[in-house]
Design a protein around this ligand. Structure first.
Ligand SMILES: O=c1ccn([C@@H]2O[C@H](COP(=O)(O)OP(=O)(O)O[C@H]3O[C@@H](CO)[C@H](O)[C@H]3O)[C@@H](O)[C@H]2O)c(=O)[nH]1
Ligand SMILES: [Mn+2]
Length: 361
């Protein structure tokens, strides 16, 4: 029987909120009722001499490019500059079990009843309840209030798998790619779908970094947002790359990834022409990237996220290096990321995933 209804814990001392920004942080005023109890990690991108004002009353640490260079030294080369991908530095420096990352143009949305959505609370609910990657439940999240496993659902699978990622969605400006933005400039997402679903094992998905939460202890080292922005041939594939790497590793380690509620209100459409320039190689390359990730197989002795990620970087170099030399650089940066992660998180570096490799065969 799925769990009975109990209040969602705040987890205020177990969760950091990571915000990449080149703007001001006035958006926090709207989130204050939900975010004030939490520690913020602000990753200031762009010009480090620019002063970013954080509204009064928030507990935060702020890192700019000078800080990243000081803390990581030469390993700072793996952290993107002038791209929201820089946010992954916040995941690395955090000491908490959970991360929630949100963009500074995302606001509190309302559900169909007009009630303000506490996105963070829903993400915590998603992360604290199991996922069902091995068998699809047609009533969606069986652990949600008023739902359960449907007839025919194997009882041997009803414990589910630990949830590593909670992927939220967006009302108003949807996360469309540039070509879609260009042909549908006025399209707004007004559909509120009241569902949380586990993405089945063996299925990839386009992970958006705008409204995303994850269990840092279960999957943190896989959440590298790649080499994007300044000096790189590609942008706006930071979260996509992290999502594909994360999903194949979650599948291998027997972890779950959920998508659906909560919604946020995405207010700013970034410039589609600028986005097209950033994305166009990605739109072309992903026709090779997706078959690559679909064919990834990780050896049984990859029992930790770090070991999986290093193995993945080897396969990226071997199989994608021939698509473009960029992937050789990216594969090296993946290794640098893990080295930096383990340097900043020495205790976690030793631990293997304490999880079975999927359901009992
Ligand atoms: O160079 C930059 C640009 C932006 N940021 C910060 O990152 C987020 C997102 O920026 P923005 O809202 O302008 O861009 P979107 O296109 O809406 O972003 C979404 O698309 C994907 C980009 O990869 C990603 O899924 C979403 O982030 C804001 O907080 C900016 O302040 C930055 O740090 N550096
Ligand atoms: Mn935006």
């Amino acid at each position: 029987m799925a769990s009975s209804v109990s209040p969602t814990p705040l987890l205020k001392d177990q969760l950091d909120i990571v915000i990449p920004t080149i703007r001001n942080l006035d958006f926090l005023e709207m989130w204050r009722p939900f975010f004030q109890p939490y520690h913020l990690i602000i990753v200031q991108d762009g010009d480090p001499s620019k002063k970013i004002n954080v509204p009064e009353g928030f507990d935060y640490e702020l890192y700019n490019r000078n800080d990243i260079n000081r803390i990581l030294g030469p390993k700072a080369s793996c952290i993107s500059f002038k791209d929201s991908a820089c946010r992954c530095f916040g995941y690395m420096v955090s000491k908490k079990k959970y991360i929630y990352t949100i963009d500074d143009d995302c606001f509190v949305a309302k559900d169909p009843s007009g009630k303000e959505i506490n996105a963070l609370q829903q993400h915590i609910k998603n992360l604290l309840s199991p996922s069902t990657p091995y068998f699809f439940n047609t009533l969606y999240d069986p652990y949600a209030e008023g739902a359960d496993f449907v007839r025919g659902y194997p009882f041997s699978l009803r414990e589910g798998a630990p949830t590593a990622v909670s992927h939220g969605l967006w009302l108003n400006i949807p996360d469309y790619d540039a070509p879609t933005q260009l042909v549908k400039p006025l399209e707004r997402n007004t559909r509120y779908v009241d569902a949380v679903m586990t993405i089945p094992k063996g299925t990839l998905f386009p992970m958006c970094g705008m409204n995303l939460a994850f269990d840092r202890e279960l999957i943190g080292p896989a959440m590298y947002f790649g080499l994007m922005g300044d000096g790189q041939p590609i942008g706006r594939y930071d979260d996509m790359w992290a999502g594909w790497c994360t999903k194949v590793i979650c599948d291998h380690l027997g972890l779950g990834v959920k998508t659906g509620l909560p919604y946020i209100w995405h207010s700013k459409a970034s410039n589609p022409f600028v986005n097209l320039k950033k994305e166009y190689k990605g739109i072309f390359w992903q026709e090779d990237l997706i078959p690559f990730f679909q064919s990834v197989s990780l050896p049984k002795d990859c029992t930790s996220v770090q070991k999986c990620y290093i193995e993945l970087s080897k396969q990226v170099k071997e199989k994608l290096g021939k698509v473009d030399d960029y992937f050789n650089k990216l594969a090296d940066a993946m290794v640098t990321w893990i080295e930096a992660w383990d340097e900043l998180n020495p205790s976690a570096a030793k631990s293997d995933a304490a999880l079975p490799n999927g359901p009992a065969k």
